[in-house]
Structure formats: C-alpha cells, structure tokens
Write a protein that binds this ligand. Structure first.
Ligand SMILES: Nc1c(C(=O)O)ncn1[C@@H]1O[C@H](COP(=O)(O)O)[C@@H](O)[C@H]1O
Length: 166
C-alpha cells in the first residue's frame, strides 16, 4: 500500500499563461520528490480566493509558497500579506517590458511582508523550486540528499562540457 505524502509546497500563478514558466518549477519539485499543489490565483481577478489561499495555507500543511506573476505582479506580495509561510516570488517575463516590471513589483516589498525574489523567467522559476527545497531541507534529510545529488549531477555535466571545445 502506498502512503500519499501531503503537499508541502504551494505553487501559485496569476494566470494560466504563466504555466510554461511555472511548469519548470513544478518539474524540478517532482524531480526532488517534493509533493506540491498548483493553483491559478490572481490578486487582481480573484481577491477573495487569494486571501483564503494565503490564510489557510499553513493549516493545509504547506511549508513554502512559490508565486509567479507578470506585469503588475501583486500576487506574491499579497500572498505574503496573508501568511507567515516563506513566499518565493517568480517574476514572469513579459512581452512589453521583458519582465523588469514583474521583477520590480515583486522585489520592492515594504517592511513586514517579505518575498524572496528570484530572477526573471525560466531560470528564476527553476531556482524557486531549488530554494523551496533548500528551505525544506533544513529539517528534511531526504531532500538534502536529493539536493546534494543534483549538485553532483550539475558538476559532472559542467566538467563534461569541456569536451565540446574544438
Ligand atoms: N500579475 C498578475 C496578477 C496578480 O498579481 O494578481 N494576476 C494576473 N497577473 C498577470 O497578468 C499576466 C497576464 O495574464 P493573462 O495572460 O491572463 O492576461 C500574467 O503574467 C499574470 O501573472
């Protein structure tokens, strides 16, 4: 009989149009064996649902929240305003301003509601999963082992890349 593990990471995004980026965070969480749940929630379009999500997140067993949004990206900050869980913000790359708009609106939080902000776009999304894993690994040896394995994998790949020199 397999025992289902409870979701410990909540991945929120402002729109389904953010999914191609946020999917990379989810794939990495899967690779690290971290149970997560994903939601489309918008501070602008679904303010009541957003508040309910933030307020219930801890009681629902989540330990870290990853929130990706683009443009006037209020979602990560508004989740942070409604929870004491760590919130990692992913600035989605935008067509008009290349995601600088997303980055600045996520990173410039006032004192009291911090959002740990990663870089714009795909690398940022992947790093958000790593950062969530690292937070969980402070009290979880299994995740720590998976992170060490991943670092080793990256080192081997980087070393082998030397063979691509002419
Ligand atoms: N930044 C936010 C929020 C929010 O912060 O609450 N809600 C949606 N959005 C963003 O709007 C962009 C365009 O969304 P649509 O593609 O649905 O028009 C997305 O990148 C989304 O994250």
């Amino acid at each position: 009989m397999s025992v289902e593990m409870a979701n410990v990471v909540g991945v929120a995004m402002g729109s389904i149009s953010d999914w191609p980026t946020m999917k990379l965070a989810c794939e990495l969480l899967e690779k690290l064996g971290i149970p997560y749940e994903k939601h489309v929630i918008s501070a602008h379009r679904m303010p009541d649902e957003l508040q309910a999500f933030g307020k219930s997140a801890r009681n629902n067993g989540l330990k870290v929240i990853i929130a990706g949004a683009g443009g006037a990206a209020h979602l990560p900050g508004m989740i942070a305003a409604n929870t004491t869980l760590p919130v990692i913000g992913v600035p989605i790359k935008t067509r008009t301003l290349n995601g600088v708009d997303s980055l600045l609106s996520i990173v410039q939080m006032p004192f009291g509601a911090p959002v740990a902000t990663v870089s714009i776009g795909e690398s940022g999304a992947k790093n958000s999963a790593l950062l969530a894993a690292q937070i969980l690994a402070t009290t979880d040896k299994t995740i720590e082992k998976k992170l060490l394995d991943l670092k080793h994998e990256q080192k081997v790949e980087a070393k082998n890349s030397e063979q691509q020199f002419d």
